[in-house]
Design a protein around this ligand. Sequence first.
Ligand code: F6P
Length: 361
Amino acid sequence: MTVAVLTSGGDAPGMNSAVRAVVFLAASRGVPVVGVERGYQGLLDRRFRPLTREVAGGLAPLPEVSVHGNLGGSMLGSARCKPFYTPEGRAQAAKNIADFDGLVVIGGNGSLAGAHALAKEHGVRLVGVPASIDHDIGCTNTAIGVDSALNTIVGACDRISDTARAHRRAFVVEVMGRRSGYLCMAAAVATAADAALFREAGRSEDELVENLANLVRRSFSGDREKQRVLILKAEGVEVPCTRLVRRVQEHIGDELEAMGASIRATVLGHLVRGGPPTYQDRAVGGRFGAVALTSLLAGKTDVMTAWSPPVAGGEATVDRHVELFGLGEVLDETERLLDGSSPVTQARVKAMARMAGVLAL
Ligand code: F6P
């Protein structure tokens, strides 16, 4: 028996910890592991490399697996692979992987949708592991990378707050999150930001500008005399940061100048995806990797590991925090999460609405 493992989509700190767990556990059970380079693209190009080797008395992980387990990025490389989204691409991938007995797919919602199709159409035995800094995957209370990204955002906002206070400035800071505003919401609370702007609230550009102008004016004026105003904006809010700031300036630029204040924009971008995984992402990645491997060996397929699920219906595993959900169910819940009909999204938006008045104080 041989197991293959790949990382796909946007990289996330902790992916390597999951790979390490798969490889170490497999080696301890005498199962060789092969790494697929650059996600599904590597499946199509047959870019495979061994991650275990034979040693006296059994199998051992290659040294790079251990070293990279504590690092961000992906030691196997990652990619968004367009040809894999076609039936022909998946048929080719299934053919190329026929020599292996199971596949662990570590990635975000696009990658998990690809895995589900591969399992359904070609009977490939596979287990998915959720990895996406965006926290945009259904049925799981966290995904690999979320905690590290939040820690990076919090650190960056602390630094921006230092310079903001020195100059009496408002900053609009954009954080990643294409369709999910979770990073923005969670970081806004943790940094005591003054406001959070996320797609799920459904505000028009004019509303955003007016609310921002009012908030900034109120914060710097009268007896409040704030020294720093921090507004977190999710990438999913389509108005670019610089445009928001320019429009606020057009509204209240003169007033700001009179108060000795100003406003700037910063886009954190890919900075948020890099860096070493936090303790939590190493632990979650490791525990997901271990459950993915044992589940594959136990004959499970077309399922995903989930952390302390917010919805019922998962299958218990040896790890009391990790349950298994069918990938079909995960993808349905992911869609609801992103279109706002999931109770999980609704609870997030409600909690932020309650917080808005507190943050603005
Ligand atoms: O991995 C998720 C994510 O970081 C999103 O937040 C972001 O919109 C996207 O990936 C960026 O993708 P790319 O690195 O391909 O530009």
